[in-house]
Design a protein around this ligand. Structure first.
Ligand code: MN
Length: 287
C-alpha cells in the first residue's frame, strides 16, 4: 500500500473511531434518529472526512439500510435495538463501522454474540485464510451463544470509492475458497438475530447511488445525477441530502433516474420473521 493511501486510510479510521464514540454517547431514549444522523455526518465533515454513505440507523427487525427521511419523526424508544452504521471516506478510502445499542440497557446477549463473533473473525483474518474459514468461525460463535446469523448478509472487501468489493465474507457457512490478501482492506460485519436469519427488502427507500450517465427529462433529475456523481463521489447518498434540489419533484426525479438505471436504490433490509437484529462491524487493513 502506498504511503498516501495509507495516510488517507489512517485518517478515515480515526474519524470513524471518533464518530462511533459520538454516536454511542448520543443514543438515548427519545432521541430523534434524524438528529443522530445529522450530528454524526456533521462531525465527519468537521474532522476533514466525508460520509461514505448516509449514517444508517436501523431499528429492531430492520437489519440495515435505513437512514432518516426528510423531516423524519422517528424517535428511539426503550428496548429498541438501534444499529448505527457509519462510513467515512478520505479521498475515496473508506472505513466502515457499525455497532448496536439496546436503548436503556447496559448489555444484551444478542449484541454480545455479535461482538464476540466479530472478535473471533478478526483474530483469524490473515493473508491466505479462506473466506469459508472466517464464515465458519462467525456462524459457529453465534450459534454457540444461542442465536442465528443472517445468512444473506456479508462482510466484504473495500476498494477505493467502492463500499462493497469482492470477495464477500458471508455471515453463514459456505464453501467460498477466495483467500484474504495482504494489502487489502476488509470490513467484517456480523449480523445476529433471534429470528430465522434471512433479510428481505422493505420500504421506504431512502438511500440511492450513482450507477451510470443517462438522459433524463426533468432538470431536477439531471441535477441529482450530477450531485450523485460529483458531490457524493458515486457513493451512496440519502434522499434528505438532495432535499434542496426540489422539495416537490424529488420523488419523480428519483423515479426517472431509477428507470433510466442512472442510479440504484438500497431499500431497508428487514429480518423476514421480524426477529430482532444486532450488528457489529469493523474495518481492517491486512498487512
Ligand atoms: Mn459494511
Amino acid at each position: 500500500m502506498e504511503k498516501e493511501e495509507m495516510q488517507a486510510y489512517e485518517k478515515a479510521f480515526l474519524i470513524a473511531e471518533d464518530t462511533v464514540g459520538l454516536a454511542q454517547k448520543l443514543v438515548k431514549e427519545n432521541l430523534r434518529a434524524l438528529e443522530l444522523a445529522e450530528k454524526v455526518e456533521k462531525r465527519i465533515l468537521e474532522l476533514g472526512g466525508k460520509p461514505a454513505w448516509p449514517v444508517n440507523i436501523s431499528i429492531n427487525e430492520i437489519a440495515a439500510h435505513y437512514t432518516p427521511s426528510i423531516g423524519d419523526n422517528l424517535v428511539l424508544k426503550e428496548d429498541d435495538f438501534v444499529k448505527v452504521d457509519i462510513g467515512v471516506q478520505v479521498n475515496g478510502y473508506i472505513c466502515d463501522r457499525a455497532f448496536t445499542v439496546k436503548v436503556g440497557s447496559k448489555s444484551d446477549p444478542m449484541i454480545k454474540a455479535s461482538e464476540k463473533a466479530l472478535d473471533e473473525c478478526l483474530k483469524i483474518i490473515k493473508p491466505g485464510v479462506k473466506v469459508c474459514e472466517i464464515s465458519e468461525v462467525c456462524e459457529n460463535t453465534v450459534n454457540e451463544m444461542g442465536f442465528n446469523v443472517i445468512r444473506n448478509l456479508s462482510g466484504h472487501r473495500i476498494d477505493r470509492y467502492k463500499q462493497h468489493a469482492n470477495p464477500s465474507i458471508p455471515n453463514g457457512k459456505n464453501s467460498i475458497q477466495d483467500e484474504i490478501q495482504a494489502g487489502n482492506v476488509y470490513a467484517m460485519e456480523v449480523f445476529v438475530t433471534n429470528g430465522s436469519g434471512f433479510v428481505i427488502e422493505s420500504s421506504p427507500t431512502e438511500i440511492f447511488q450513482y450507477n451510470r450517465d443517462a438522459a433524463v427529462r426533468l432538470w431536477e433529475a439531471r441535477k441529482i445525477l450530477e450531485l450523485a456523481k460529483n458531490e457524493f463521489d458515486r457513493l451512496p447518498f440519502a434522499k434528505r441530502w438532495i432535499a434542496g434540489v426540489s422539495p416537490l419533484k424529488i420523488d419523480m426525479a428519483l423515479k426517472q433516474l431509477l428507470e433510466a438505471e442512472a442510479i440504484i436504490e438500497f431499500p431497508p433490509l428487514k429480518e423476514e420473521s421480524s426477529g430482532m437484529v444486532a450488528v457489529t462491524e469493523k474495518s481492517v487493513i491486512v498487512k
